[in-house]
Design a protein around this ligand. Structure first.
Ligand SMILES: *Cc1c(COP(=O)(O)O)cnc(C)c1O
Length: 427
């Protein structure tokens, strides 16, 4: 698989190089040079999740890895299902929260860990990542106790839920956490600075496990096939998929799935009040505002770093602007959408409710609506219980993590401080 840097088209890398370097020159993200269509999509849809996912990834990666290697990596990563749950007529929810940290990021995080274990045998690797909530836990669990790998996680202090935080700050061992006095965008900026720091990069073998890492995106492509595969055969051409979007990695994966031949009639990328993309599509002006805090905190992102990839596919005509929708949903509407789903018998947390709300706005009568449940409702117990007047039970993984002490150290939103801390601890 050949990829090129969207900010410097002369920089071309293989998949292995893209996974190991994360970001390209000038902080550009890598994108596949060529997204060829799959041959027999109908036959693929009849396979089981793991077998089909290995074939989809083999198609994307080309000859770079053997069939056996890819199958082994997929088996190690995708150890839990992605069920499509019927909520009402023509309305389905793709539940992506059945992994160890109860959010969809387990799929990408675990596949990336498999990739790095394959690609960097023996070399020292430091995973540096900023989390707006769920990446931290997924990455920490995926890499926890892996030899030669250290994990450094930055998160905005007080801006993610206790459950989200405790799932990674309580691990210890090779997982080092810093609570940053600032926003998620500040954390993301510190990570970007670290990747511009050639000395730090080579001394620590830096790697970002953020959704800019192409391995995470390609892993996510697989569950869109699993979603459509669970629709009755006669309805498979009618899927309208709505993705709750923050950094726009997940919806980018959906679009890649469509470009290589998955039948996706329409795609919605729904944001919370951090609505840089919906406003951009209206006005063609890229005007990020300050990041606002919301109920759907994993989407509190005003500078989505996967947008250039999505825009590339739209601008190239690989996916039509006419079939792409994006709305920003405010807080009151999010809460109302949670109640509406509850009345239909489905308990959803805020991110999931936003996907539902965005879908509802544009779902045509002939289409099958699929909204993504990106996190388990218990991960957002405070807002779910409060808004829906419930006391939802805690899954065991969460209850165990909540009972342990937080091991994170405080830090200001200052790159120099991060640099010194990392060199002191890891060099
Ligand atoms: C990360 C996250 C999102 C946003 O996904 P992106 O790929 O960043 O757009 C949505 N919901 C939940 C629960 C998340 O953790």
């Amino acid at each position: 698989m050949q990829l090129y840097n969207l900010k410097d088209h002369d920089q071309k890398v293989s998949f292995v190089e893209a996974v190991k370097t994360g970001l390209g020159r000038n902080q550009g993200v890598f994108f596949p040079q060529n997204l060829a269509p799959l041959k027999d999509v109908d036959a693929l849809l009849d396979l089981d999740f793991v077998t089909r996912s290995a074939k989809v990834l083999r198609h994307l990666l080309g000859d770079e890895l053997s069939d056996e290697t890819i199958a082994h990596m997929v088996e190690g990563a995708f150890t839990f299902p992605a069920p499509l749950v019927k909520v009402a007529d023509n309305l389905h929810c793709l539940e992506l929260f059945h992994g160890p940290t109860l959010a969809f990021k387990d799929f990408g995080g675990r596949f990336m860990a498999q990739c790095l274990a394959q690609f960097s045998q023996g070399e020292k690797v430091t995973i540096l990542t900023a989390t707006s909530g769920d990446t931290g836990a997924a990455v920490a669990h995926a890499f926890y106790s892996k030899e030669n790998i250290d994990v450094v996680i930055l998160y905005p202090e007080g801006k993610i839920s206790q459950a989200q935080q405790k799932l990674f700050t309580t691990l210890g061992g090779n997982v080092h956490c810093y609570s940053v006095k600032g926003s998620f965008d500040d954390c993301q900026a510190m990570v970007k600075d670290a990747f511009l720091d050639e000395e730090l990069k080579s001394r620590l073998g830096l790697n970002s496990a953020n959704s800019i890492n192409i391995s995470r995106l390609l892993a996510q492509v697989c569950y869109y096939f699993e979603a459509v595969a669970q629709l009755p055969k006669a309805q498979r051409a009618q899927a309208h998929i709505s993705v709750p979007s923050g950094n726009f990695g997940n919806v980018c994966a959906a679009m890649i799935a469509a470009v290589i031949g998955l039948p996706v009639a329409k795609l919605s990328a729904t944001t919370n009040q951090n609505d840089t993309v919906p406003r951009y599509l209206e006005s063609k002006q890229w005007q990020p505002n300050d990041t606002l805090e919301s109920l759907s905190n994993a989407m509190d992102v005003s500078r989505p770093n996967n947008w250039p990839r999505v825009q590339t596919m739209l601008d190239n005509g690989d996916f039509s602007y006419d079939d792409f929708y994006s709305h920003g949903i405010d807080e009151a509407t999010t809460a109302a959408a949670m109640k509406e789903l509850q009345a239909m018998g489905y308990v959803a947390e805020p991110h999931t409710a936003i996907a539902y709300e965005g879908l509802k706005a544009d779902l045509a009568s002939g289409n099958q609506g699929i909204f993504l449940a990106t996190a388990h409702p218990a991960k957002f117990k405070d807002s779910v219980d409060g808004i829906l007047n419930l006391d939802i039970p805690m899954p065991k993984a969460l209850a165990d993590a909540l009972a342990k002490p937080c091991l994170a150290e405080p830090m200001s939103a200052d790159y120099q401080q991060l640099r010194e801390a990392m060199l002191a601890k890891l060099d």
